[in-house]
Ligand binder design. Structure first.
Ligand SMILES: [Fe+2]
Ligand SMILES: [Fe+2]
Length: 471
């Protein structure tokens, strides 16, 4: 018996360099984003070249194909898809960034940002990407937005369900009930036909790491949806959106297990490509990472380049604080999607903490924390192991661990773990000492739990998985 292999990528966010790739306004935008902007075309070309030569049966892309739905980005991206299709079957789903849901497309010139950019309407998407899903499908479900979910058989073993989860009828991501019924029918039909159903949608159904990071823009019904999928017999779903690489398991109240693979962005660190292989009795998952890409004629180490780019999100924050520039600090937070008005009175202490930390080494920060009388002490041996590192370097490492699902695991007995966990235990200690309960304590306790997940990578591997089944 043979095997069927699908390779999943996500959040390609293709940005056309015709929208501007230099100048102050562009640099500000680019440095405030964990994923790349002007490099997207080069990264996608290299990845498609690599995938075109790989031995998968199809390449599948889990939404947010373009930067923000700009027509020129779609046109350039579709050309790349057609080229890839010369060697592979290609299936995509679209998502909110493909029809510019925020109504704020942008181009950059010098110090200015302009919004006079033509975008693709959600009603145009069905026709535009027809060759990458519905044209091969044996069934489709047209959503009220315009794009369609579809079911397509790939190879000997898999039925791929490409799902459009942009609307649940209540202005959130999700599905209307007729759509959900259609999906369950396809899952059951695949199983009846002796095939493994593999679903792909854009938004998360499991809040990977912590809901604090991955709540935004996801369906408020996600628990109900994932339980419905699991009970219909779906064992694996691939999502994008968060730009984090994670694998987590969910068990429905009826006891049915389902795994959600959150594929990180291809155009940001660590540029994951997730291979899902099905044979007659198991699904195996393996994650590959883009190793190189060619930008303006120069071949670059993709992992190093992308890690440096992503870490910039942290370094520009520290740098604004170090310069004592509150306004720049505020703008950097805003560019990260943090509403500083909502922060209210918390903004000033946050700025001051960053300002203080921006000048500190681990030795200095450790000594400072260990002087707080009621805080948990960070072992001196751990502080010494990282004494010359700056707090910024440690923060950047933690940030990269969030993105890559802890490819480098820091176990609970490691010095790095003890330092970071020690820092994050301080707010909880303060709450306990001052008898602060309710929301602040819940928030800081959840952050403390998340730090453990970030540093250790959680209980499951975020790169590999095996699911055994009997059809
Ligand atoms: Fe995205
Ligand atoms: Fe998204």
């Amino acid at each position: 018996m043979g095997k069927t292999v699908l390779t999943f990528i996500a959040d390609t966010h293709h940005y056309s360099r015709t929208l501007g790739d230099s100048g102050k306004a562009f640099a500000f935008r680019s440095d405030s984003d964990q994923k790349c902007l002007k490099e997207t075309g080069a990264i996608i070309d290299s990845a498609f070249d690599y995938l075109g030569k790989s031995d998968c049966d199809a390449v599948c892309i889990a939404g947010d194909l373009t930067n923000d739905g700009e027509r020129v980005c779609h046109e350039e991206f579709r050309e790349k898809l057609y080229k890839l299709r010369e060697n592979k079957r290609v299936y995509v789903v679209t998502a909110t960034h493909d029809w510019c849901c925020d109504g704020n497309p942008r181009r950059f010139s010098g110090e200015n940002v302009y919004t006079d950019v033509s975008t693709l309407n959600h009603n145009d998407i069905y026709e535009f990407y027809k060759d990458f899903g519905v044209n091969d499908a044996f069934a489709e479900y047209k959503t009220t937005l315009g794009p369609a979910s579809y079911a397509v058989n790939v190879g000997e073993h898999i039925t791929l369900l490409g799902l459009i989860d942009d609307k649940n009828g209540r202005n959130s991501a999700g599905y209307k009930s007729a759509h959900l019924d259609w999906i369950c029918e396809q899952i059951k039909l695949a199983i009846e036909n002796g095939r493994v159903p593999v679903a792909m949608e854009h938004h998360l159904l499991i809040p990977h790491i912590t809901p604090l990071f991955t709540k935004g823009c996801c369906s408020p019904d996600r628990e109900k949806i994932i339980n419905t999928f699991a009970d219909a017999g779906l064992k694996i779903i691939i999502v994008g959106h968060s730009h984090l690489q994670r694998i987590d398991k969910h068990v429905s109240p009826n006891g049915n297990e389902i795994y959600e693979i959150n594929v990180g962005s291809l155009v940001g660190y660590p540029a994951p490509m997730v291979m899902v292989t099905a044979d007659e009795n198991k699904i195996s998952v393996k994650t590959d990472y883009l190793q190189k890409f060619t930008l303006d004629g120069e071949e670059l180490d993709a992992q190093k380049y992308l890690a440096n780019h992503s870490a910039k999100v942290i370094s520009v924050l520290f740098s604004a604080a170090a310069q004592n520039d509150r306004e720049l600090f505020r703008q950097r937070l805003e560019a990260l999607g943090i509403n500083t008005e909502k922060l209210g009175k918390a903004f000033t202490p946050l700025f001051l903490v960053f300002k203080k930390l921006s000048k500190m080494t681990v030795a200095q920060a450790g000594a400072y924390i260990n002087k707080i009388p009621f805080a948990k002490k960070i072992p001196q041996k751990s502080i010494e192991a990282y004494s010359s590192y700056t707090v910024q370097q440690i923060t950047e490492t933690v940030f990269l661990n969030i993105l890559d699902g802890a490819r480098e695991k820091y176990t609970t007995d490691s010095d790095f773990y003890k330092i970071v966990a020690g820092v994050f235990s301080v707010p909880v200690c303060i709450c306990n000492q001052m008898n602060i309960k309710g929301k602040p304590l819940e928030l800081f306790s959840e952050l403390q739990r998340a730090i453990d997940e970030i540093l250790t990578g959680g209980t499951l591997s975020n790169e590999t998985l095996k699911i055994f089944y009997k059809i």
